[in-house]
Design a protein around this ligand. Structure first.
Ligand SMILES: NC(=O)C1=CN([C@@H]2O[C@H](COP(=O)(O)OP(=O)(O)OC[C@H]3O[C@@H](n4cnc5c(N)ncnc54)[C@H](O)[C@@H]3O)[C@@H](O)[C@H]2O)C=CC1
Ligand SMILES: CC(=O)C(=O)O
Length: 303
């Protein structure tokens, strides 16, 4: 893929429009297509975004599902969002139907297309999208725990007084309540995070709770989260378009756990190129096994 790629965003609500705006600022796509079942929503968002066109070489316009199916990258944000106190998994019934409709309406798909799932519950919807699309699994993945990991690095940066991008730490597993922080292999400059006195003194359970509940807190305060995910998705699109091969925690099929959730992967122009085989502690693995079994049992109802 080269500069000039066409990106479609399905679902032009808060998340879709924020991603479109972040992509405009990045200037790496020639065109962004916004698609939504509510025509007025798309028209309003396209008009609003057009007022920012003077800062970018990227054009934003409304598009059809069929056009989206021929793009290079499709970001799927269409779906219901959580109400205050509601879990992501509780959205599955509504969002399964929407995903089924969206993928069916985009067919026939460009065989090289990349589907990036954002709507929740993202891990389960990613597995379903892999099946519904019939595409190779490396081309269909979810934003997963990239956002949770960004939240974690922000927290640790303030604890350690070190730049976020120097902190190699991941939230893994479900983008949801059963996520885990992989403390065992987190490091800064090659020094294990667990060897820093500031981290030894941290209440790690409280940190895990704070990270896992941050979305709930934002939703309670303002009804939805969208800027964080827009930042994440725009950098993922950049990584694909520019074949940057960054390592990111994304939702993909993980053989060891026989389920789709997040592990660190290498992301390039073809999608997911490799899953990094990380060394986790037995306790971390046990938590992931529990999480996988819950996710698999929900998935089994739909595929
Ligand atoms: N993976 C992540 O880290 C994050 C995921 N999300 C998820 O993103 C999704 C969207 O959230 P918001 O944008 O805040 O919701 P929103 O309600 O603002 O927008 C959803 C949009 O989807 C559209 N839509 C519904 N059915 C459709 C269909 N069949 N085809 C095309 N468009 C359709 C609606 O018309 C609406 O414009 C939610 O599921 C939310 O949980 C939100 C933040 C972070
Ligand atoms: C809503 C959601 O999934 C998040 O902000 O993490």
């Amino acid at each position: 893929m080269v500069n000039g790629s066409r990106v479609a965003i399905i679902g032009a609500g808060s998340v879709g429009a924020s991603i479109a705006f972040a992509l405009l600022l990045q200037k790496i796509s020639s065109e962004i297509l916004l698609v939504d079942i509510v025509a007025e929503t798309v028209e309003g968002q396209v008009l609003d975004l057009s007022d920012a066109n003077f800062i970018s070489s990227t054009q934003v316009r409304s598009g059809s599902f069929q056009e989206a199916g021929q793009c290079d990258i499709v970001v799927i944000t269409a779906g219901a969002k959580q109400k205050s106190g509601e879990s992501r998994v509780e959205l599955i019934e509504r969002n399964y139907k929407i995903l089924d409709y969206v993928i069916g309406s985009m067919k026939p798909l460009n065989p090289n297309i990349i589907l990036l799932i954002v709507a929740n519950p993202v891990d389960i919807l990613t597995r379903i999208a892999q099946k519904l699309s019939g595409l190779p699994e490396n081309q269909v993945f979810g934003s997963g725990t990239f956002l949770d990991s960004a939240r974690l690095r922000l927290k640790l940066a303030s604890v350690l007084g070190i730049a976020e991008n120097a902190i190699h730490s991941y939230v893994l597993g479900e983008h949801g309540d059963s996520q885990i922080i992989a403390w065992s292999f987190a490091h800064v400059g090659g020094k294990r995070l667990l060897d820093f006195p500031e981290v030894q003194n941290l209440d790690k359970e409280a940190v895990a709770k704070e990270i896992a509940s941050k979305a709930y807190k934002i939703i309670e305060l303002k009804g939805a989260t969208y800027f964080g995910i827009a930042g994440c998705v725009s950098t993922l699109v950049q990584c694909i378009v520019l074949n940057q091969k960054h390592v990111r925690p994304l939702s993909t099929y993980i053989k060891e756990y026989d389920c789709v959730f997040s592990m660190p992967v290498v992301l390039g122009s073809q999608g997911i190129e490799k899953v990094i085989d990380v060394s986790l502690s037995e306790e971390e693995k046990n938590k992931l096994r529990c999480s996988a079994s819950t996710l698999k049992s929900i998935c089994a109802k739909y595929i």
